[in-house]
Design a protein around this ligand. Structure first.
Ligand code: HEM
Length: 453
């Protein structure tokens, strides 16, 4: 068990007033929470006439995400303004009937049997990365966050499009996506709180251009794939639902939007998780040693297979603990579309409801040593099991991550295969901190030295 406390954002000594909250939010969405927030079960504040509630206990989280889920929509203005040009009415930001219909179509694409097939892509792509890293001088420094970003983007691109997207278009899509993200990240993060009419003049021109490039590439791939039979890619399986008559399943534009959602949601969080995991492991020799023992014994000198996921118990625990400390989506915002009541508290229609993995995962009432890095708490024989409404890196309820299992298998296999061959060490004097925009990730790309084992 480690005594390592990885860095976390500054915690103000007392609750900030509404204006100070807004100012702080512009700097960093995670540095507004005072120490007390990590022991509150339910709290509220009023900013510019809008109530903001924070659900921070298993009961209130279950209420918002599960039992009274239909009263809360994902209408966050930030999400919509930021993502609509790219995703249209795609799953990640849609609500109501469209969401229900598309979710029902897409859920079976990510069942265990399907994920087992995509595991081959995860393994081959990571082995390719092993070959690339083997060719660079020992001890060379690489930016780990973009490295993990390319790896997971390649995996999702191949799973989605297979051979229908050439290497050139795949690179273009990744680049355009990075451009898109950079453009929307200039947005005022205060709009996360869904304040009405608070969206300042967004510089969405660049974002629109990148979105158009991505739309064109995906439209082309769809046109090519539309004629091929027995296509087992995710695109092929969605195309079997194609119906432009309007009566049936999905139109070509809806399929394109869903493919882009899957590309976007399908690489960024896993890349951030892997990058944080490398950092955490590098700071804890005993964790690194236990990881090496496991990957050496499970993988020995053969290629990984899907069935190894079950056996890589400690590797999985490292990923789970990384997701606890640095959840890629640290704050989940919802808008109350009708009145509600939580305990004795009335929730007016139009309020913002925040469920914050950031607070829940480090909550003083629900975790022992909440800020320590302790993978052992996720081992099957751990004495206390995390509550399923306190540990929610993939959210919970009907809007739970569509590809929770895919993400977990991918992060575990990628980490195990790379750790079988390499150690990653932090250069002396390098300080790691976080950056939180749409997702939480290490700041400055996380340069680390790659050392062959
Ligand atoms: C470690 C990896 C991942 C984590 C931690 C993660 C986490 C999450 C979370 C927290 C949400 C809910 C967001 C909210 O309610 O605001 C979500 C939704 C979603 N995720 Fe993931 N995700 C991961 C990997 C993936 C992958 C690999 C894919 C696709 C291949 C994916 C596809 C989606 C989609 C489509 C949604 C929207 C679901 C809906 O609204 O019905 N995710 N994810």
């Amino acid at each position: 068990m480690t005594g390592f406390i990885p860095p976390y954002p500054h915690r103000p000594s007392k609750e900030l007033g509404p204006l100070d909250t807004l100012k702080a939010v512009r700097r960093d969405l995670l540095s507004i929470w005072p120490e007390q927030s990590f022991s509150h079960k339910f709290s509220s504040t009023k900013i510019l006439n809008r109530w903001i509630f924070i659900a921070s206990s298993p009961e209130t989280v279950k209420h918002v995400l599960v039992t009274q889920n239909s009263k809360y929509e994902k209408k966050s203005l930030l999400m919509r303004k930021a993502l609509e040009p790219l995703l249209g009415n795609g799953l990640f930001i849609s609500d109501g009937d469209i969401w229900h219909k598309h979710r029902a179509i897409e859920t079976p694409l990510f069942g265990p049997k399907q994920v087992a097939k995509y595991a081959d892509i995860m393994i081959k792509t990571t082995e390719e990365r092993v070959r690339e890293w083997s060719a660079i001088p020992a001890g060379a420094t690489l930016d780990v966050l973009p490295q993990m970003g390319q790896l997971t983007a390649e995996i999702i691109c191949l799973s989605l499009f297979g051979k229908h997207l050439g290497a050139k278009q795949a690179t273009q899509i990744m680049q355009s996506f990075a451009d898109y993200q950079a453009a929307i990240e200039q947005m005022d993060i205060a709009t996360f709180f869904a304040l009405p009419n608070w969206i300042p003049g967004l510089k969405l021109g660049k974002a629109h251009k990148s979105a158009k490039r991505i739309h064109d590439i995906v439209d082309n791939a769809i046109a090519k794939a539309a004629n091929s039979a027995n296509d087992h890619t995710l695109m092929g399986r969605l195309l079997s639902q194609l119906d432009d008559s309007g009566s049936g399943s999905m139109t070509a534009v809806q399929i394109r939007n869903e493919l882009i959602v899957l590309f976007m949601a399908g690489h960024d969080p896993t890349a951030n998780t892997l990058a944080w995991a490398w950092y955490l492991i590098s700071q804890c020799p005993e964790v690194e040693q236990r990881l090496h023992q496991e990957v050496d014994s499970v993988l020995a000198s053969r290629s990984a297979i899907f069935a190894d996921y079950e056996k890589l118990v400690y590797t999985r625990a490292i990923i789970d603990e990384t997701l606890r400390l640095y959840p890629p989506f640290p704050l989940l915002a919802r808008e109350a579309i009708e009145e509600d009541q939580i305990g004795k508290r009335g929730i007016p229609k139009g309020s913002v409801m925040i469920v914050a993995p950031w607070l829940l995962h480090r909550h003083k009432l629900y975790w022992d040593k909440p800020d320590h890095f302790i993978p052992e708490r996720f081992l099957p024989d751990a004495p206390v099991k995390p509550d399923k409404f306190v540990y929610i890196p993939y959210s919970a309820g009907p809007r739970v991550c569509l590809a929770k299992f895919f993400g977990s298998v991918e992060a575990t296999l990628c980490l195990a295969i790379l750790a079988r061959h390499f150690r990653l060490t932090l250069p002396k004097g390098e300080r790691v901190s976080h950056e939180c925009r749409l997702t939480l990730r290490p700041k400055n790309n996380l340069p680390m030295q790659i050392v062959p084992r």
